[in-house]
Design a protein around this ligand. Structure first.
Ligand SMILES: NC(=O)c1ccc[n+]([C@@H]2O[C@H](COP(=O)([O-])OP(=O)(O)OC[C@H]3O[C@@H](n4cnc5c(N)ncnc54)[C@H](OP(=O)(O)O)[C@@H]3O)[C@@H](O)[C@H]2O)c1
Length: 247
């Protein structure tokens, strides 16, 4: 689909990658860009219309789908990362919040906007996933589980909405230079680069974006994950829990 003339809605558009998505949409000539955010006050980007939206609030999601009934491109960007393990986290709060936002929030948005996109002639959904959709890392274990679930829902929604001509794009990336990845000094890709690759893919009708070398490398190794992906993570984790972290 063409971005020029489209009507887009981006969740989590107040900062980070969501802001980069909204900016890139305006730059590419979208006719209207709804910038959805829990607190819409900071959504001041020229050309972006602020909309109050918490994707974990079913009533508000339904209202926004009615209010923004002209949307032809839905960008499910909003997400949370709590850096929580499975077995040593004090409780399930982080795991629940990540699942409630990343999986159920995105699922709720896809369900609410499916008829809106059908009315627009198909349109497109972009789901912002992660390289951790592909494997589990104890440092962000429950986040990875929520992103794996979101990957699964993305593949399912693509099948379910094929008949109405909706393109469903899965976006995977390692670290992106936003507040979410502020804790690490590992290599990071810019949010602008991710946004440019994603809307190139939407325009080309591609179903998957592997936005950085880490995502491309991990996806290529998936069929041999227990030989190629997990051993170095295990070594890193064992060193961390024994108090002798590696570089
Ligand atoms: N940064 C990375 O390294 C990285 C890598 C791969 C994938 N991702 C994914 O990229 C997406 C954007 O992340 P980011 O890097 O831009 O992180 P970020 O800077 O932490 O921004 C997260 C955004 O999501 C919003 N959000 C969180 N919970 C929400 C909810 N319940 N309803 C509506 N909005 C909500 C936040 O709003 P508030 O301001 O209200 O908190 C914020 O706008 C996420 O899905 C993330 O998982 C990030």
């Amino acid at each position: 689909m063409k971005i020029d003339g489209s009507v887009a809605l981006v969740t989590g558009a107040n900062r980070g990658l969501g802001l980069a998505y909204a900016r890139e949409l305006v730059k590419r000539g979208a006719a209207k860009v709804y910038g959805a955010a829990r607190n819409p006050a900071p959504v001041t980007e020229p050309g972006v219309t602020p909309v109050a939206l918490d994707i974990t609030d079913p009533k508000r999601v339904a209202e926004v789908a009615q209010q923004c009934a002209d949307v032809s491109l839905l960008v499910n960007n909003a997400g949370v990362l709590r850096y929580s393990t499975f077995t040593s986290a004090p409780d399930l709060d982080a795991a629940r919040q990540e699942m409630e936002t990343n999986y159920f929030g995105t699922l709720r948005m896809c369900r609410a906007f499916a008829p809106v996109l059908a009315a627009a002639g198909g349109g497109a959904i972009v789901n912002m996933l992660s390289v951790t959709s592909f494997f589990t890392n104890p440092f962000d274990a429950s986040y990875g589980a929520s992103k794996a679930a979101e990957w699964s829902l993305t593949n399912g929604v693509r099948l379910e909405l094929h008949h109405q001509g909706t393109l469903v794009v899965a976006v995977h990336a390692g670290f992106i230079d936003t507040e979410m990845a502020a804790l690490t000094d590992a290599p990071k890709i810019s949010p602008e680069s991710v946004a440019a690759q994603v809307f190139d893919a939407v325009e080309a009708g591609q179903v998957e974006v592997l936005a950085d070398e880490r995502s491309r490398d991990i996806k290529a190794k998936l069929s041999r994950d227990h030989e190629l992906i997990y051993p170095p993570i295990q070594e890193f984790w064992d060193a961390a829990v024994s108090g002798t972290p590696r570089d």
